[in-house]
Design a binder for this molecule. Structure first.
Ligand SMILES: Nc1nc2c(ncn2[C@@H]2O[C@H](COP(=O)(O)OP(=O)(O)O)[C@@H](O)[C@H]2O)c(=O)[nH]1
Ligand SMILES: Nc1ncnc2c1ncn2[C@@H]1O[C@H](COP(=O)(O)OP(=O)(O)O)[C@@H](O)[C@H]1O
Length: 186
């Protein structure tokens, strides 16, 4: 069996990454979505072990120190990381695998797993990105401002990715991703 290619989805906060991942989880259970560890507090409706593993700072420090994270980064005041072992096990078992991580994490994966396919999720426009982030209503204005600042940096890095998908329709994005995940080189 060919080893499937690890696929990474990144893009600015508010572009729709979580929405796309939730739709994939619903419509394509055969795709394995890595569950990250974060020091961020859960949003209403987020479940431990489903959207994230929620961890304290000490716990996160231990994961970093023991090398259990494939990559990790600080984003807008919180830390996020990908547990290494499940990713390697899924790839070894031939399961299509997707990581939804930030730009700094995508750069680390580019270095440590050069065969990975890096996909950039872009908003239809800057105005639409702002509208989505504010419309989500999950963060206070100062956190939104930090995320928009980070978003400017993330948008400038689009050319580092292997390809861009514009998130106009969540269903279309999922369809593109499924096609990409199914096309593993062997
Ligand atoms: N490097 C890295 N980034 C992550 C990981 N998990 C999530 N992120 C990124 O952290 C950022 C913030 O995520 P989150 O707090 O859920 O906010 P949201 O993306 O705006 O819904 C996003 O860019 C995520 O892609 C991870 O394991 N590693
Ligand atoms: N294609 C889309 N069209 C319109 N709104 C969208 C689309 N994709 C996501 N959204 C909305 O944009 C907001 C931010 O999406 P979210 O998935 O939380 O982004 P991210 O995880 O990238 O920060 C949410 O309110 C979501 O419902």
């Amino acid at each position: 069996m060919p080893r499937p290619r690890l696929t990474v989805l990144s893009g600015p906060s508010g572009v729709g990454k979580s929405t796309v991942v939730a739709e994939l989880r619903r419509s394509h259970p055969e795709v394995w979505l890595s569950v990250s560890v974060t020091t961020r507090k859960p949003r209403p409706g987020e479940r431990h072990g489903v959207e994230y593993f929620f961890a304290g700072n000490d716990e996160f420090d231990e994961l970093v120190a023991s090398g259990e994270l494939l990559e990790w980064a600080e984003f807008a005041g919180n830390r996020y990381g990908t547990p290494r072992r499940p990713v390697l096990e899924k790839l070894e078992a031939g399961v299509p695998t997707l990581l939804e991580i930030d730009l700094q994490g995508a750069r680390q994966v580019r270095t440590t797993m050069p065969d990975a396919l890096l996909v950039f999720l872009a908003p239809p426009s800057w105005e639409e990105l702002e509208r989505r982030l504010r419309g989500r209503g999950t963060e206070p204005p100062e956190v939104i401002a930090r995320r928009l600042d980070a978003g400017r940096i993330e948008l400038a890095a689009e050319k580092e990715f292997d390809l861009t998908i514009v998130n106009t329709s969540v269903k279309d994005v999922c369809h593109r991703l499924i096609t990409l995940l199914g096309n593993s080189p062997s």
